[in-house]
Design a protein around this ligand. Structure first.
Ligand code: UD1
Length: 417
C-alpha cells in the first residue's frame, strides 16, 4: 500500500498540463461497445478507474491497447453480456456499462453497485428509463438481469433528477434503439456533451447534449472513430486550490474555461487573480486568502460536488468563515475529520459544513477515505508546516494521473513511498 509524504509550505510555480477527464473517459469506453469496431481515444487519462473499465472491456471480449495517453479499443470480438461482481465492486460507476451491453447483445447481467464511500448510489432512474425503452429487468440477490429480446425502442423519458449516470446510460442505449428518444431534465455536464460528441462521430444522431432536453434518433449501426477526450475540470479545480492555498502563481494548460465558470468566482472571492487566454488559465494567489461566503454544490452548471472537497481545503487557511452546502451526495464530508488532524477547524451538520479559517496547518498522518477527499488532504498538506503522511493513495489514483509528479513539476515536494 503506497503512501504520500508531503513536505508542505513550498510555493508552486510554472505551467502544468491538465489531464483528460475521467468522467468522460469512462462512459465513452462503455459506449465504444456499440461500435463493433475500432475507436482511438486521445488524451485518455492513465487512472485505476480507466484500468477497471479496460478490464471490463477485455472480460467482455473486446480489445484494448494503451500507448501513453492514446487508448485503442475494439469491440468487434465482444462475446459476453455480464460483469463479475468483483469488477462492479472495484468501480461503482461501472453501471454505465449496463445500457451499452444491453443495446449491443440484447441482454445484460450486472450486480448492483450498492453503497460506496460517498453515500448510497441508487440506480432507480437508470432502470426505470431502460424499462421505458422496452427492457425487461429482474432484480434478485443483488443481481440485475436485463433482456430486450426484440431490441430497445425510443421513449420519452423525464428524469426526476438530472442524474449524470442515468443520462449517459439512456444516451448510450438510445443511440442504436429503434425510433427517437427524448430525455427531459437531462444532466448538462460537459462530460455528457463529450460522450455525445464521441457517439456522433461514430455515426449516432444525438441533439441537444449539454442542454436540459436531449433528442436521440436511433441509428442501426455505429462505427468507431478518433476522439479527443476533454480536459478534466475537477483536476483543474484541484490544481487551482493547490495554487491558492500555497500563495502561488501557476498556469494550467489545456483547459476549457467555460467548464470552470462555476468555480472561478470562488477563487476570485478568495482573493485570487484569474486570467484566461484561450486554453490557458493563470491563477495568482494572495499571501492570505479570504473566506468564501457560501458554496452550494449543484448539478452542472452549478458548483460541482467533486470540487467541494479540494476547494474546502483551500478555505481552511482563509481569513474568516466559509460555508459549504453539499446537495448531491449524502456522505461527502468524510475528509473533514482528517483535515482536522492537520489543524483545520470545520463543523458539519447534515448537508452544511462551516469552515473557520485558521492561521496555520501542521503536517500529520492522515488517511483518505474517498477520491476527492484524498485530493482535499493533498491540497491542505501542501500548505501545512512540516511533513504530512497521506494514506489511502489508491483513492487519489482513481482520478488523478501521476499527481505527485505533476505537483513536483511545479515545485511541490511530494514523495510516494
Ligand atoms: C457522476 C460522476 C461523479 C459526480 C456525480 C455528480 C462519473 C463516473 N461520476 O456520478 O464524479 O460526483 O456524477 O456530478 O461520471 N441518483 C438517484 N438515482 C439514480 C441515479 C442517481 O437517486 O438512479 C442520485 C444519487 O444518489 C446522487 C445524485 O442522484 O445523490 C447524483 O448522482 P448522479 O448524477 O447519477 O452521479 P453519478 O453518475 O453516479
Amino acid at each position: 500500500m503506497s503512501k504520500l509524504l508531503i513536505e508542505g509550505k513550498k510555493q508552486l510555480y510554472g505551467d502544468v498540463c491538465v489531464q483528460g477527464a475521467k468522467n468522460s473517459a469512462l462512459p465513452i469506453l462503455a459506449s465504444s461497445i456499440l461500435c463493433g469496431s475500432e475507436s482511438v481515444l486521445h488524451n485518455c487519462p492513465n487512472l485505476s478507474d480507466v484500468d477497471t473499465a479496460i478490464k471490463i472491456l477485455r472480460y467482455l471480449g473486446c480489445k484494448a491497447k494503451r500507448q501513453d495517453n492514446v487508448l485503442t479499443v475494439n469491440s468487434d470480438g465482444m462475446s459476453r453480456s455480464d460483469i463479475p461482481v468483483s469488477m462492479m465492486r472495484e468501480m461503482r460507476s461501472s453501471i454505465i456499462f449496463l445500457g451499452a451491453i444491453l443495446a449491443r447483445t440484447k441482454r445484460a447481467r450486472l450486480s448492483f453497485p450498492g453503497g460506496c464511500e460517498i453515500g448510497p448510489r441508487p440506480i432507480d432512474l437508470h432502470l426505470k428509463a431502460l424499462r421505458q425503452m422496452g427492457a425487461e429487468i429482474e432484480e434478485h440477490h443483488g443481481i440485475i438481469d436485463c433482456t430486450a429480446p426484440f431490441g430497445l425502442n425510443g421513449a420519452k423519458i423525464a428524469l426526476s433528477f438530472p442524474s449524470v449516470g442515468a443520462t449517459e446510460n439512456i444516451i448510450i442505449s438510445a443511440a442504436t434503439a429503434k425510433g427517437t428518444t427524448t430525455i427531459t431534465n437531462a444532466a448538462r455536464e460537459p462530460e455528457i456533451s463529450d460522450l455525445a460528441d464521441y457517439l456522433n462521430s461514430c455515426g449516432a444522431k444525438i441533439y441537444g447534449a449539454g442542454e436540459g432536453t436531449i433528442i436521440i434518433d436511433g441509428t442501426e449501426k455505429l462505427n468507431g472513430c478518433q476522439h479527443f477526450i476533454i480536459p478534466d475540470r475537477i483536476v483543474a479545480a484541484t490544481l487551482m486550490s493547490a495554487a491558492a492555498i500555497t500563495g502561488s502563481h501557476i498556469t494550467l494548460r489545456n483547459i476549457i474555461a467555460s467548464h470552470l465558470e462555476a468555480v472561478i468566482p470562488f477563487f476570485e472571492e478568495a482573493g485570487c487573480e484569474i486570467s484566461v487566454k484561450g486554453t490557458d488559465l493563470s491563477i495568482s494567489s494572495p499571501h492570505r486568502l479570504k473566506a468564501v461566503k457560501m458554496v452550494r454544490t449543484m448539478p452542472y452548471p452549478g458548483f460541482p460536488t467533486d470540487a467541494q472537497a479540494p476547494v474546502m481545503a483551500m478555505t481552511c487557511l482563509a481569513n474568516g468563515t466559509s460555508v459549504f452546502v453539499e446537495n448531491i451526495f449524502e456522505s461527502r464530508y468524510r475528509h473533514v475529520g482528517e483535515l482536522a488532524r492537520l489543524g483545520a477547524n470545520i463543523k458539519v451538520e447534515g448537508k452544511v459544513a462551516v469552515v473557520e479559517g485558521v492561521k496555520a496547518l501542521s503536517g500529520a498522518a492522515v488517511e483518505a477515505l474517498d477520491l476527492r477527499g484524498a485530493a482535499s488532504l493533498l491540497v491542505a498538506s501542501l500548505a501545512a508546516e512540516g511533513i504530512t503522511e497521506l494514506d489511502g493513495v489508491k483513492y487519489l489514483e482513481r482520478g488523478y494521473e501521476g499527481f505527485e509528479t505533476v505537483l513536483n513539476s511545479i515545485g511541490a515536494a511530494v514523495k510516494k513511498i
